[in-house]
Design a protein around this ligand. Structure first.
Ligand code: ATP
Ligand code: MG
Length: 394
């Protein structure tokens, strides 16, 4: 049973204080739950909306211990959290950690993650571990080129992924990855999809299947529902539920999928945390993924995952050539558009393609003079609004 509300409320400690931590903080307030985040960057994006920030590395034993000592529950918003340390503290500091450190450990290594999915009979792109160039060339013999070489650990936003065009490049590609690697057959996907799922205390829920548009391997837009057949949307949800069944511990999971040309669903990867492709839920669903995560990891009942309206989310990325102090221009169009919502992450510096914020456009069609547009129209409008903002003016 949820304990009665009082102030100060219970404290949720979060390893990581980036934009996900910030949006977790925004969601936790109304529930009467306070956040403390651990992040190495002083005045990290989450800091203005949380009770306190501990400045320290994600795997700094002393800092994580302090976080555990000051918290009633622990979670993480970044995969760089240290599962061994969290596991030890769960016992030593007697603080529940969700999702489970063991699930984090499985997900951190893309090879172990894919092995786990494969053992459970969940479809994934064909893959092989590769320890050297000869093994990579042998795999390419089988998979053909192009193929995708991936660092097993530490990659994000496409960093750590290198498409390989020819077996002659095996050495140089592996050198550029430095560290354990794997290779995947290149999937000629029809679409990329994702399902945001949440595991509560003996309950599991999924949000509407979204469609993700990537460029340069970075998420640009999410369109919900995905522009796929009902059948495909449902299959995606069903695969996602199978994946959630394998995950240990409560919380939100982002499940990235490929829809093949044949309409088959393959799992690309799992994130054991709120996911960029779930940001649309803040305006587009009854309960946001961030609120769901807070509810789940603190053992409260989940909210409804029902979608309110057709929704498009687009990331606002650094459109600069080099790092500089961030100043975003051209906001009036977004702010004067009904049903457009701006989310600024509060990062001091902008870097090329850095995620600086996002905007969400929902189409409720509640105005009889302005009937709901098609998903394509909604996407085009969201792109226009995004393209009107820039870091490069002046
Ligand atoms: P994220 O951006 O979610 O942090 P990441 O850096 O861990 O992701 P992946 O999700 O593995 O990287 O890959 C990023 C993108 O690269 C995918 O969304 C997809 O567009 C493309 N990609 C990855 N693997 C494959 C593949 N086997 N075939 C074709 N495209 C792929
Ligand atoms: Mg990904």
């Amino acid at each position: 049973m949820t304990p009665p509300l009082s102030t100060p409320g219970p404290t949720l400690g979060v390893v990581g204080g980036g934009q996900l931590g910030r949006m977790l903080g925004e969601a936790a307030g109304p529930l009467g739950i306070e956040l403390i985040v651990l992040d190495p960057t002083p005045e990290c994006p989450a800091s203005p909306v949380v009770r306190d920030q501990i400045v320290g590395e994600f795997d700094d034993e002393e800092a994580v211990r302090e976080l555990a000592d000051r918290s009633d529950y622990l979670t993480f918003e970044i995969e760089l959290a240290d599962p061994d340390l969290l596991e030890r503290l769960e016992t030593a500091a007697d603080v529940p950690v969700h999702p489970s450190p063991d699930t984090l450990r499985t997900i951190q290594d893309k090879l172990v993650q894919k092995d786990t999915l494969t053992e459970a009979g969940i479809p994934v792109p064909e893959y092989r571990p590769v320890d050297d160039a000869a093994e990579l060339r042998a795999a390419l013999d089988e998979f053909g080129t192009p193929a995708m070489v991936k660092a097993r650990e530490g990659g994000y936003d496409g960093r750590g992924n290198v498409p390989i065009e020819s077996p002659d490049d095996a050495e140089s590609v592996l050198d550029s990855i430095a560290g354990p690697a794997m290779v995947e057959k290149f999937v000629d996907f029809e679409r990329e999809l994702s399902v945001i799922g949440v595991k509560g205390d003996e309950e599991v829920a999924t949000f509407t299947t979204g469609e993700n548009v990537h460029r340069e391997e970075i998420l640009r837009e999410t369109i919900v529902p995905a522009r796929a057949s009902e059948d495909v949307l449902e299959r995606a949800r069903s695969v996602a539920r199978d994946v959630l069944g394998l995950m240990d511990g409560r919380g939100v999971y982002g499940i990235e999928l490929f829809e093949t040309e044949e309409g088959e669903i393959l799992v690309n990867e799992i994130a054991p945390r709120p996911h960029n492709s779930g940001h649309w839920t803040i305006e587009g669903a009854v309960t946001s993924q961030f609120e769901q995560h807070v509810r789940a990891v603190t053992g409260r009942p989940l909210g409804s995952t029902e979608q309110r309206d057709p929704t498009v989310m687009t990331n606002i990325l650094g459109d600069v050539d080099e790092t500089q102090p961030a100043e975003l221009h051209g906001l009036d169009e977004i702010l004067s558009t009904p049903r457009a919502a701006l989310h600024w992450y509060g990062k001091r510096d902008v870097r090329p393609l850095r995620k600086m914020g996002h905007l969400t456009l929902t189409d409720s069609g509640v105005d009889p003079d302005e009937p709901a547009g098609s998903p394509d129209q909604l996407l085009a409008r969201a792109r226009d609004l995004r393209d009107a903002v820039t870091f490069t003016e002046g």
